[in-house]
Design a protein around this ligand. Structure first.
Ligand code: DGL
Length: 284
């Protein structure tokens, strides 16, 4: 498929997308680090979760969402979803070679630098953990750092978070079931390999106690975005910018717009203008 000619402007918005509300855990760091940038968030909640869907479906969704966000004139795209990054980022980059695309992947390298026992638990979706991209990274880091990764697919956890159940009994039991075997195998570091999971970090902390290190990649992803925009001369000119608080926060969802608006206010204490879009071609 031919790549449409893309013209990028430094005052254009940055697109951030996830299968649902998980990418808000990345957006909060982007907003803190780059307060002058306009952000467009896309939650594919109508098609969530991605964690156990066939790879072809995730690729199709990712391409459709990128194409939609390009019609909104984004200057860069953050794939704020480990599952979509693993499945589709290479294809996205070859389809849109001019568009800066930043993905997320589980923080294995930072975890390898932090562990003392040499055993690291990785919490992610089944698709992320079985992807070629992840397995290659895992083998490389395990070899280079001499550490052992214990992979735990957390089926159902992103769904609990989508439902807003951040501390319910059911979510607690699910998390407990997933982390207990990791602790039993001496893991002293847990990697949050899904962007939904930072929203239950407090719950995880309650279960694992204060001696376990928890690694999230939201902040490093925001810094990588800043580097990429700077290299391409695409950072918003802060000197020309209005006060950061004046920046409107726009969001699209293939699910319910009131649910996404509530997630913004509950999870980030932010107001967003949310519009519902229909899929799978993502037209307004
Ligand atoms: N938030 C997504 C990730 O980082 C996946 C959640 C899902 O849709 O299963 O992998």
């Amino acid at each position: 498929m031919a790549d449409p000619v893309i013209t990028l402007h430094r005052d254009a918005p940055i697109g951030i997308f996830d299968s649902g509300i998980g990418g808000l855990s990345v957006l909060r760091h982007v907003r803190t680090l780059l307060p002058h940038e306009s952000l467009l968030y896309f939650a594919d909640s109508g098609f969530a979760p991605y964690g156990e869907k066939p790879e072809a479906v995730i690729v199709e969704r990712t391409v459709a969402i990128a194409a939609f966000l390009l019609t909104q004139n984004i200057k860069a795209l953050v794939v704020a979803c480990n599952t979509a990054t693993a499945a589709a980022i290479a294809g996205l980059r070859s389809r849109y070679p001019d568009l800066p695309v930043v993905g997320v992947e589980p923080g294995l390298k930072p975890a390898a630098a932090l562990t003392r026992t040499g055993a690291i638990g990785v919490l992610a979706t089944a698709n992320t953990l079985s992807s070629e991209k992840f397995l290659k990274l895992e083998a490389q880091v395990a070899h280079d750092a001499g550490v052992r990764f214990l992979l735990q697919a957390c089926s159902g956890l992103a769904h609990q978070i989508e439902k807003g159940e951040l501390s319910s009994r059911e979510t607690y039991q699910l998390v407990e079931r997933y982390v207990a075997p990791l602790l039993a195998q001496q893991a002293d570091t847990l990697v949050l390999g899904c962007t939904h999971y930072p929203f239950v970090e407090q719950l995880i902390r309650e279960i694992v106690g204060s001696d376990i290190t928890i690694v999230d990649t939201g902040e490093p992803v925001a810094r990588q975005l800043q580097r990429v925009l700077a290299q391409r001369g695409l950072l918003h000119d802060a000197a020309m910018a209005d006060a950061p608080t004046a920046k409107p926060l726009l969001a699209y969802t293939t699910g319910s717009n009131s649910t996404l608006a509530l997630a913004f206010s509950k999870l980030l204490q932010l107001d967003a203008m949310v519009q519902a879009v229909s899929g799978p071609q993502v037209s307004c």
